[in-house]
Design a protein around this ligand. Structure first.
Ligand SMILES: NC(=O)c1ccc[n+]([C@@H]2O[C@H](COP(=O)([O-])OP(=O)(O)OC[C@H]3O[C@@H](n4cnc5c(N)ncnc54)[C@H](OP(=O)(O)O)[C@@H]3O)[C@@H](O)[C@H]2O)c1
Ligand SMILES: [Zn+2]
Ligand SMILES: [Zn+2]
Length: 346
């Protein structure tokens, strides 16, 4: 085993403390990555704040960039010194229909998550990238395209790919009318990507103060969700609504905005939802969801972002300020993604 340093919440604690962490020795197909930047996803906040048994712990972090420091004997895709990016999946069975289709995120054996998962080979619990080093199977690391800022690119690996996959699967492009609900980490990347794909893009936010930012990000229109006149006037207006809202909420107001045969893609709060079938029936509307991405989709996203200059709007903080980042994320005080600089753990 090798050791590194990271940020961990132990037992019932709802904040992170610096801790020494163990990483596995490299298997033939593994690479070791020096983690330079890791985004702070709302899922990390859910994970840190979730009730935990005494003795259980979590090291969050599942969208990161860094540099390869070592390669296993069988690795040919990477060499020491290569810049890489890793997202929220670090392994999958590789043989099921989903894996064969390049949708490892839907692996029938469930993909191994970057943290809070169980390693397929040794059964250990995976520890996330709020740490200085990560050991990962090379298939689940991606070359970081030249020209993408490593700090601003880190959020592409979870927030970005999570909204990219539904945008691609739903055929968003020129002429598509897209709305993005919730202007946070996922939402602001959904706006940038939809705009770059050529879609007519609208932001739906409960925060009137974000309207200017929404336009700066490229949105053509902004709906303040508390304004009943504007939302009523937008009934049946959008072919695709990407819902990134992080809290439980009623889907009816969002379904009302979906055009006939259009789709509401729920990628934010992933829990039980209630809805009236009539809200789908009237207009033959579709309800869908998505999460993370497969290997081909993730690689395609990185290529697209390199070609179109798309990265996240980030506030970079030394990792020692991670608890402050989580507190501010909880208060919706982020424009639009915190990224931890892990170099203070050296
Ligand atoms: N599907 C997946 O695989 C996947 C991947 C990553 C994250 N997630 C989940 O996606 C959600 C968003 O993550 P994120 O990192 O983008 O979070 P975030 O940066 O906190 O953004 C969430 C946004 O939702 C809106 N919002 C929050 N509470 C709300 C409420 N009570 N009512 C209405 N709007 C509200 C806010 O936007 P406005 O201020 O504009 O209203 C907020 O900025 C989280 O639940 C996260 O766990 C899912
Ligand atoms: Zn995430
Ligand atoms: Zn599989």
């Amino acid at each position: 085993m090798r050791t590194t340093v990271g940020w961990r919440a132990d037992g019932p604690a709802t904040t992170l403390r610096k801790a020494s962490l163990r990483r596995r020795d490299l298997r033939p197909g593994d690479i070791a990555v020096r983690v330079d930047h890791c985004g702070v996803c709302h899922t990390d906040l859910h994970a840190v704040r979730a009730p935990r048994e005494a003795g259980a712990s979590v090291v969050p972090g599942h969208e990161f960039t860094g540099v390869v420091t070592e390669t296993g004997a069988g690795v040919t895709r990477f060499a020491a010194g290569d810049p890489v990016a890793v997202g929220n999946i670090v392994d999958a069975c590789g043989t099921c229909a989903m894996c064969r289709a390049g949708q490892e995120n839907f692996c029938h054996e469930f993909p191994t998550l970057t943290y809070g998962g169980t390693d397929r080979h040794d059964g250990s619990a995976t520890l996330g990238a709020y740490s200085r080093e990560y050991v990962v199977r090379d298939r689940f690391a991606y070359p970081l395209p030249a020209g993408l800022d490593p700090a601003a690119a880190a959020p592409l690996l979870c927030a970005g790919v999570t909204v990219w996959e539904p945008l691609s699967a739903l055929g968003v492009g020129p002429g598509t009318r897209v709305a993005v609900a919730g202007l946070g980490g996922l939402g602001h990347l959904a706006v940038k990507l939809a705009v770059a794909l050529g879609a007519e893009t609208t932001v739906i936010t409960r925060s009137a103060g974000k309207a200017g930012d929404a336009r700066r990000l490229g949105a053509h229109d902004v709906l303040i969700s508390s304004d009943p006149d504007r939302t009523a006037g937008s009934r049946d207006r959008f072919d695709v609504v990407i819902d990134t809202v992080s809290a439980p909420h009623d889907l009816a107001p969002y379904l009302r905005l979906v055009a006939m045969d259009g789709t509401l893609s729920l990628v934010g709060h992933l829990g039980q939802v209630t809805l009236q079938a009539m809200d789908l029936l009237v207009g033959r509307k579709k309800l869908s969801s998505a999460g993370s991405g497969g290997r081909p989709g993730t690689a395609a996203l990185l290529d697209f972002c390199a070609a179109h200059g798309v990265t996240a709007d980030v506030e970079v903080l030394p990792s020692a300020r991670v608890n402050e980042a989580l507190d501010r994320l909880e208060r919706n005080d982020v424009r639009y993604r915190f990224v931890l600089d892990l170099s203070d753990l050296s």
